[in-house]
Design a binder for this molecule. Structure first.
Ligand code: TXA
Ligand code: MG
Length: 344
């Protein structure tokens, strides 16, 4: 299949939206930027077309897709909403939050992998927003990577994974947050975080009475036994390189890396510390302690490390508090839950 590649800003915008909306309406696949990562979109109402998304990604069909709407109230078309949903929407939508709600029959089973719930997300990225409006239908979209690979945060990442697999790719530059949305399910007045993201536990507590973090967030192996969110049982986000997390301080990390004899090693490190590393290729996440920039860069770094032929990629174990919980979750999963303790 030929994949049309549009660069937002360079090509005349209106034509791109019209053409891509037409592709969506007739059941084709369009990859588009959001404020979190790129999505691979299909009309949420074209049940017969939805399997193409799973095929394009090589994704197991029991892992449900989330549905993107232009406005929070458009959730009415696809889900049974609640007062709490609207309170959350008022505070966090449009934005990087996905709320799991009981689904309506308008949503084909192919979208939800047979579950009776559906994830609703209202993206704030202007390209995503306008594409949904032009299409006139909600858009079901997983991240636009091949299954198991890091989610794409640049148009070129999408092209690398989806060229020949999607009908069109809209390149809107670099995604702002860089990790996928926070996914929550609601239980009465309470929320359970199934996947941490830019909207944190503390943020949600402004609206919800109680917020808990699913056990699988910090311990991916727990997901294997009792997955609340099917996506949590799959290995994810990994570079081809072996990714190894080191539980140590800055000095321990640098001593460890510089003491290695192997070739083709890489390390994720701050701008300030990069020059202290002699034994490995450095991948700078940003200024020391800049979590926002680290989230923004992580998946791109995974891909850069592979491009450079890195065989083992090391990183210090991040904190699991606040926005850093999202980073922690993606990193332990990329590392297959392996954390090496290094003497401090
Ligand atoms: O930021 C994002 O959420 C991006 C952009 C494109 O919007 N999308 C994304 O989709 O990350 P995906 O499919 O890669 O991840 C959605 C996650 C999966 O782990 C899936 O298992 C879970 O949400 N999920 C979807 N529907 C669900 C449901 N009804 N119940 C529980 N978990 C659900
Ligand atoms: Mg994904």
């Amino acid at each position: 299949m030929e994949t049309k590649y549009f660069i937002m800003g360079r090509d005349p915008d209106e034509t791109i939206y019209k053409e891509c909306a037409e592709i969506i309406r007739r059941g084709g696949l369009v990859a588009f930027p959001t404020e979190t990562v790129y999505g691979l979109g299909v009309s949420a109402f074209r049940g017969e077309a939805v399997p193409k998304v799973f095929e394009a990604k090589g994704r197991p069909s029991d892992n449900p897709l989330i549905v993107h709407v232009a406005y929070p109230e458009d959730a009415e078309e696809i889900a049974r909403t609640s007062e709490l949903y609207y309170k959350l929407a008022e505070r966090f939508m449009p934005g990087p939050l996905t709320v799991i709600l009981p689904k309506k029959d308008t949503v084909p089973d192919a979208v939800t992998g047979g579950l009776d719930s559906v994830g609703v997300r209202c993206p704030s990225h202007p390209v995503a927003h306008k594409l949904i409006i032009e299409s006139g239908v909600p858009i079901a979209a997983p991240s636009a990577n091949l299954s198991g690979a890091p989610s794409p945060t640049l148009g070129i990442h999408v092209m690398r994974d989806m060229k020949g697999r999607a009908d069109a790719v809209i390149d809107g530059g670099s995604c702002d947050f860089g990790l996928e949305s926070t996914v929550i399910k609601l239980c009465g007045e309470d929320a359970v975080i199934l996947r941490p993201g830019a909207v944190t536990e503390e943020d949600l507590l402004e609206i919800c009475r109680k917020v808990t973090v699913s056990e699988a967030v910090k311990n991916p192996e727990a997901a294997g036994a009792r997955p609340e969110s099917p996506g949590m049982k799959y290995k994810h986000y990994s570079p081809n390189a072996e990714f190894i997390l080191l539980d140590t301080d800055d000095k321990g990390l640098i001593d460890f890396i510089n003491g290695q004899k192997e070739k083709n090693l890489g390390v994720i490190i701050s701008e300030e510390e990069a020059s202290l590393v002699t034994g490995a290729c450095t991948f700078i996440y940003g200024k020391k302690g800049d979590i926002k920039e680290y989230c923004h860069r992580l998946f791109a770094i995974f891909r850069e490390a592979d491009d450079k032929g890195v065989v083992k990629l090391f990183a210090p174990l991040p904190d699991d508090k606040g926005q850093s919980l999202a980073l922690y979750n993606r990193m332990i999963r990329a590392a297959g839950n392996k954390i090496s303790k290094i003497r401090r």
